[in-house]
Write a protein that binds this ligand. Structure first.
Ligand SMILES: [Zn+2]
Length: 114
């Protein structure tokens, strides 16, 4: 399962970060997942729960923020949100958009216990 390896490396990264803050307990993990990242948020939530069991993150929860696809069309010089099924420009129909957002898979912030 692809999400499990993502969850494992995420946990590693979060534990490192918590360590830097004096090993405080992590309560909430804020994650951004782009529509084009290929990651299923339900599957990731499940994998995270499984993978964090027995670690210092066992009691933490994931807050997942979906990131809509944001593209830039160099032809029209415009930036707009779209969905992965309509990646070509609605104005000039060029498929050569630059993807600005929508591929991310990142831990954006942690909420640590006081
Ligand atoms: Zn265009």
């Amino acid at each position: 399962m692809h999400e499990l390896s993502i969850a494992l490396s995420m946990i590693e990264q979060i534990e490192d970060e918590a360590e830097k803050h004096g090993g405080r307990i992590v309560e909430v993990v804020y994650v951004r997942i782009g529509e084009l990242s290929g990651v299923d948020s339900q599957a990731l939530r499940f994998a995270y729960q499984m993978a964090s069991e027995g670690t210092s993150l066992a009691s933490s929860r994931l807050e997942i923020e979906p990131v809509q696809l944001l593209v830039f069309c160099p032809q029209c010089n415009s930036t707009y949100k779209t969905d992965p099924q309509h990646i070509f420009c609605s104005q000039c129909l060029t498929p050569e958009q630059e993807i600005l957002e929508g591929r991310e898979l990142e831990v954006r912030a942690l909420e640590l216990a006081a």
